[in-house]
Design a protein around this ligand. Structure first.
Ligand SMILES: [Zn+2]
Length: 579
């Protein structure tokens, strides 16, 4: 491609609505343009990157038997009614001219299951793995961050159909490995973490995170084994210390006027937050209950919901708190609640120590309060959010460390949730009718593009890994009016094209400085400068942002091809996926 013919409107100014680096650089580099909040056009450069990522994903899915199909964006409401998902808040809903209800597809479990149930009815038809790379629409409440969280985005979504758990497990592992290869090949440092299945349901699932300091997700990983989990999900091992056998001091109440928060109580009593217990009144299915965590910890609602076997647990409203505790908000404690509710406590508090708790009366706290003696615990459990420094739940000596990441993929073992709801059945070898066992596998193509920019950029622009760069090599002619330079550049460009190198020939009649700045901004990984040195038969060659070396113009094509091959090889697939 010649830069003189390429449409890439670069900007010198940072777009004012863009907060994230990736958003700023993709707009400034002429990769994307905003159309509406969370909706973008891909300009030619952006689409080149997008398609390179999509092709890597496609190759990895095909490598283990995936078959590509393409489903519609428009989805009839009846299909989502079958699984009860027509009420999902992020759905874009519309009516056709006959007042029939439709949605814009936000994920395609129902559509693909509908296809499969009408034609797959025997164990002999499986395993089956179908996928698409397609536009998804979600009416996010706060679209932000450019391509990181848009309302319209491109996703790879794969769906597996199996007759037994072993096959599901095999295809799940194959996907896991394919995702690893995708991110390796895209030049991204990633981490697969255990995650909360959330609304989609199912059993085992993993999120794939691109690790970068600007990531909005916190992940915790062990410093000694390979345990890694989303911070929301990470388990905390039960403390080994049992109930205290020593003598405990008796409890008493102190006046704490105006001290509603942990910080206020700490300041007033001159203690650390670890000496306090937070008593949190929650509602599970309308039923009030109390959750206790140490003062410096956060209650983890999904964990708490699992402990109490509720679908969902919410924090109680102020009126409920006042009714249950008999005190204003801020003075709740496990002793002397106005209403007898079950009390669940985090494992960490089962250490035999006494704690400071709210006294369930205005402006008062109780000191030296001991579980078992002063109040009864309905059940102990892991209900707090893990933090860096916690012991590893999997190995004996490890501790968790924190990293920031951007979620770019999520794979789930769905089991039979969707096939049962939609009556997608098959006959097994014994002639029994059973629901098909499913898995689903999502990978954000557009988000991976933005994550790559977040992970690879500098003050001058984007530093794309060569596998997903819009071009592999930029040939910059320094003096555009110099015929000799132009023709040497053109010749090198032809030679590189013939050698299968994706090159951009910057033949524009612009100042050299402008051309350098543009190539740095759009992040072409290898640069060749055809400039003054040509008088001595030399051109300059180097990686973006690094020192350049002079090579004889006659050797330039081979030297560039070798450099490209070396850079490509660094991002090659490291292991063959399962076949
Ligand atoms: Zn560990």
């Amino acid at each position: 491609m010649k830069a003189s013919q390429l449409f890439f409107p670069t900007l010198r100014e940072v777009p004012k609505e863009a907060e994230l680096t990736s958003h700023q650089l993709l707009v400034r580099g002429g990769f994307v343009r905003g159309v509406a909040a969370g909706v973008y056009s891909y300009l030619p450069l952006g689409w080149r990157v997008h398609e390179k990522i999509a092709q890597i994903v496609r190759e990895e899915a095909n490598a283990f038997g995936g078959q590509e199909l393409h489903m519609p964006v428009l989805v009839p409401k009846e299909l989502l009614d079958e699984t009860g998902r027509s009420g999902v808040p992020v759905l874009f809903a519309l009516k056709d001219r006959n007042q029939r209800d439709f949605f814009l597809g936000f994920t395609h479990e129902e559509v693909v299951t509908d296809i499969v149930r009408s034609s797959v009815n025997s164990w002999k038809h499986m395993p089956l793995y179908l996928y698409q790379i397609q536009t998804k629409e979600r009416d996010e409440p706060r679209p932000r961050g450019g391509l990181i969280r848009g309302r319209e985005f491109t996703m790879f979504d794969g769906y597996s159909f199996d007759s037994n758990e072993a096959d599901l497990d095999r295809i799940y592992r194959a996907n896991y490995r394919a995702y690893e290869n995708v991110f390796r090949r895209c030049g991204l440092e990633y981490l697969a973490v255990e995650a909360d299945p959330g609304a989609i349901g199912g059993s085992e699932n993993h999120e794939f995170m691109v690790l970068t300091d600007s990531g909005e997700d916190t992940v915790l990983r062990c410093d000694s084994c390979d345990y890694a989990a989303n911070a929301e999900r990470a388990e905390v091992p039960a403390s080994s210390s049992g109930p205290c056998v020593g003598e405990l001091l008796g409890s008493y109440t102190v006046s704490t006027p105006g001290a509603h928060t942990i910080d206020e109580v700490c300041a007033l009593m001159n203690v650390g937050p670890g000496s306090l217990i937070k008593t949190i009144i929650c509602l599970a299915g309308g039923k009030p209950m109390a959750a206790l965590v140490r003062g410096d910890r956060e209650l983890n609602l999904p964990k708490f919901a699992r402990l109490v076997q509720a679908k969902q647990v919410d924090l109680a409203d102020a009126a409920t708190v006042v009714r249950v505790t008999g005190a204003p908000v801020g003075f709740a404690g496990p002793v002397g609640l106005a209403e007898a509710v079950p009390i669940y406590a985090d494992n960490e508090l089962n250490d035999g120590n006494t704690y400071i708790v709210g006294a369930n009366e205005n402006d008062a706290h109780a000191v030296n309060v001991a579980a078992g003696r002063d109040y009864a615990v309905t059940a102990w459990g892991d209900i707090r959010t893990a933090v860096a420094g916690d012991a590893c739940p999997r190995c004996a000596n490890g501790h968790l460390t924190e990293a920031r990441g951007i979620e770019v993929g999520h794979i789930f073992k769905l089991g039979t949730k969707y096939s049962s709801d939609m009556n997608a059945q098959f006959q097994n070898e014994m002639g029994q009718k059973l629901p098909i066992i499913m898995g689903c596998y999502g990978l954000g193509v557009s988000r991976t593009m933005a994550a790559a920019v977040e992970a690879h950029n500098d003050a001058n622009g984007i530093a794309w890994p060569i596998s997903i760069a819009p071009f592999e090599v930029a040939i910059i002619v320094a003096a555009s009016k110099d015929e000799t330079q132009q023709s040497a550049g053109a010749e090198l460009y032809r030679a590189l094209k013939a050698a299968g190198v994706d090159a951009l020939f910057d033949d524009r009649e612009d100042r050299t400085g402008v051309k350098f700045k543009d190539m740095e901004l759009i992040g072409v990984p290898i640069q060749v400068i055809v400039g003054k040195g040509l008088a001595e038969g030399l051109v300059e060659l180097g990686l973006r942002g690094q020192a350049r070396e002079s090579v004889p113009v006659g050797d330039a094509a081979r030297a560039v091809t070798d450099l490209v091959a070396g850079e490509r090889a660094k991002l090659a697939r490291l292991e063959q996926p399962w076949t």
